[in-house]
Design a protein around this ligand. Structure first.
Ligand SMILES: [Zn+2]
Length: 356
């Protein structure tokens, strides 16, 4: 008998076992996911919320607004860490989303995540076969996904194996879910959806964020540091952010303390202004965490120095780290109380800095 690798067996089991256990899983409208209508610019996080609610998640901190705040709070730290062009948007202005940040946010809340990058062939004719294989494997397992088409995100919330039909929810058109055949869906030359104005939308570009609550120990290990969550390969010594074979995001963080600190500050904001952080609320939230899931002092200071401050002009997001060199200041020489004061002083942070 031909030797079947473990990976290959797992792949086929994904098709065969569900086919034996359950037959058609065509959905009725009543079983469809309820679409979360997006706020302007919030297509990615609204699509995430659509799926999270469909999974039964009730945590109010997983609303599109909170997810958006946390995304933007993490953006400056992320772009510095990855040496990318600085992020330009202050919440609620939110015209771009970093898919790896969305994936990290899910991982930090106990979800398993497989996030692929854009994967269209050079001639624009096909999506990477490996990426299609990864997506289908997960859809068959009932793992739904936030889907990227150029300029927009939508949610995949169903797959009918018999008719090979995908169900998806568009946060701009929340009235009802839509369907598309798999063959059309994976053809980047084929437009299978329109925007609200009836204009054809660009097709899927191979970027997708699949996520679910892990059920087994093996699933809980999928996103271990330095590991490709799709093929399991370890990349301990290289700087690759993505598995080159699977085009999926690899989490390289040793811990998520700084990002959790940034979330905490973001969730202490008042109204819709990211830079209007309540000092009382922030310290209360931090005290609460210290008993259950503490953030180290070093990470907390990092988070404070990386948090977006009120903009001074038209530049991208300002943080204490970014502003300090020009001001002749070293954030590590400031006390934690001073860092907290700066982050919670709204538009007064710049004047306050001059006094310290
Ligand atoms: Zn891989």
């Amino acid at each position: 008998m031909a030797r079947v690798s473990r990976r290959r067996r797992a792949y086929w089991a994904g098709f065969i076992v569900p086919a034996i256990l359950g037959m058609a899983d065509a959905r009725s409208a009543a079983q469809a996911a309820e679409t979360v209508a997006q706020r302007p610019g919030h297509c990615a996080v609204a699509s995430m919320e659509t799926i999270l609610r469909f999974y039964g998640e009730e945590d109010p901190l997983l609303s599109q607004r909170c997810l958006g705040l946390m995304h933007n709070a993490r953006a400056a730290e992320y772009t510095d860490r990855k040496r990318l062009k600085p992020f330009g948007h202050y919440y609620p202005t939110f015209t771009a989303a970093y898919q790896p940040i969305l994936a990290e946010m899910l991982l930090d809340r106990g979800y398993a995540a497989v996030s692929t990058r854009t994967s269209v062939s050079k001639d624009g004719q096909t999506i990477s076969e490996r990426v299609v294989q990864i997506l289908v494997e997960h859809l068959v397992s009932g793992h739904w996904a936030v889907l990227h088409v150029p300029g927009h995100y939508m949610a995949i919330t169903g797959y009918d194996r018999q008719t090979r039909t995908i169900w998806f929810n568009d946060p701009w058109r929340p009235q009802h879910p839509f369907t598309v055949g798999l063959a059309d869906f994976i053809n980047p030359k084929r437009s299978w959806h329109t925007n609200r104005g009836g204009e054809p939308r660009a097709a899927w570009d191979g970027r997708v964020l699949i996520f679910w609550k892990p059920q087994t120990d093996e699933e809980r290990m999928l996103n271990a540091t330095d590991r490709c969550p799709a093929c399991g390969e370890f990349f301990p010594e290289t700087a690759y952010t993505y598995c080159r074979r699977c085009r999926t995001f690899i989490d390289r963080r040793q811990d998520a303390h700084v990002q959790r600190g940034l979330d905490l500050i973001a969730l202490s904001t008042q109204g819709f202004d990211q830079t209007n952080v309540s000092r009382e609320r922030m310290l209360a939230l931090r005290d609460e965490l210290q008993n259950t899931n503490p953030i180290s002092e070093t990470a907390w200071r990092e988070a404070l120095a990386n948090y977006p401050l009120a903009p001074l002009g038209a530049e991208g997001i300002v943080t204490l780290y970014r502003a300090a060199p020009a001001l002749g200041i070293r954030p590590d020489e400031l006390s934690t109380a001073e860092l907290e004061q700066i982050v919670t002083s709204g538009e007064g942070w710049y004047a306050l800095l001059a006094e310290l």
